[in-house]
Design a protein around this ligand. Structure first.
Ligand SMILES: Cc1cc2nc3c(=O)[nH]c(=O)nc-3n(C[C@H](O)[C@H](O)[C@H](O)COP(=O)(O)O)c2cc1C
Length: 244
């Protein structure tokens, strides 16, 4: 007999802002997370900003005035807007690029038509929120960096927190991976981190949150600061020497 009960899927949209797309450290960190979400039954769509034509916002304010909710720029955002409206969880994933890759910044700015500019005073500041027809209720960040300290990712986290506040979405936290390229090394520790990433994705769908101890585990140092700095400096100086 046919089961006619409709299964309600959690829809997730992952925006990956890395210009290195599938080959990048962002994707490498994201893959197990997405796998965990899919295993928990979520429908996940990955959008690489580099594969999209996303022009910069012109600041015309038409989407907040003459044509509320509509952007006149005819590019790939037009097909992303309806999908974004149907997304339950939005994942903003990016490498830190002092601070964001340009295409991802374009994406952030072009979210304006989804935002209703009725000003509210919330959490100590003037804020706005998504229009009522935007389903997104949770936003999380995934940020990777090249340098050693996790603090290199602070501003990216802040940007994602601000997006959550200004869309009145719940900020569920950020998965952070400093000196991210080292995660690709085949070590026992890295295997544990990859499986913790999968479990974070799984729990996020099943329980709607991420555990602080899992987040701390995936961000742990994979090498000493001095050793890492010396390794990178030596590599750069070798190139410099070769070019003399
Ligand atoms: C333009 C540019 C700026 C960067 N700025 C920072 C930075 O401020 N802090 C940091 O830790 N890494 C920085 N990085 C390194 C990248 O975040 C790092 O290589 C990351 O792993 C790249 O991710 P991807 O492989 O997914 O592109 C920068 C890289 C580029 C190209």
């Amino acid at each position: 007999m046919l089961d006619l009960r409709r299964k309600i899927l959690t829809k997730v949209m992952v925006i990956n802002g890395s210009p290195r797309m599938e080959k990048g450290n962002t994707a490498y960190t994201l893959n197990p997370l997405i796998e965990g979400m899919r295993k928990a039954g979520a429908e996940v769509e990955i959008v690489y900003t580099k594969k999209q034509k996303i022009l910069p916002c012109t600041g015309c304010f038409k989407c907040w005035g003459e044509t509320i909710g509509e952007c006149f720029i005819n590019d790939d955002m037009q097909k992303l807007y309806p999908k974004l409206k149907e997304t339950d969880i939005l994942v903003m994933a990016t490498p830190v690029y002092i601070q964001l890759p340009g295409l991802l910044q374009n994406f952030f700015n072009r979210l304006c038509p989804l935002v209703e500019p009725i000003l509210e005073f919330r959490n100590g500041r003037t804020r706005v929120k998504f229009h009522d027809d935007v389903k997104t209720s949770k936003i999380l960040g995934v940020a990777v960096g090249g340098w050693w300290e996790i603090d290199n990712l602070n501003l990216v986290v802040k940007i994602i927190e601000e997006l959550s506040e200004n869309t009145s979405s719940e900020y569920v936290g950020s998965v952070l991976r400093p000196h991210a390229s080292l995660l690709k090394q085949e070590t026992e520790k890295n295997k544990e981190i990859l499986s913790t990433l999968e479990s974070i994705g799984n729990k996020l769908i099943k329980k709607g949150k991420m555990d602080a101890k899992d987040l701390e585990f995936v961000s742990q140092p994979l090498i000493g600061e001095e050793q890492y700095r010396e390794f990178l400096n030596k590599d750069y100086l070798k190139h410099k020497e070769e070019q003399k």
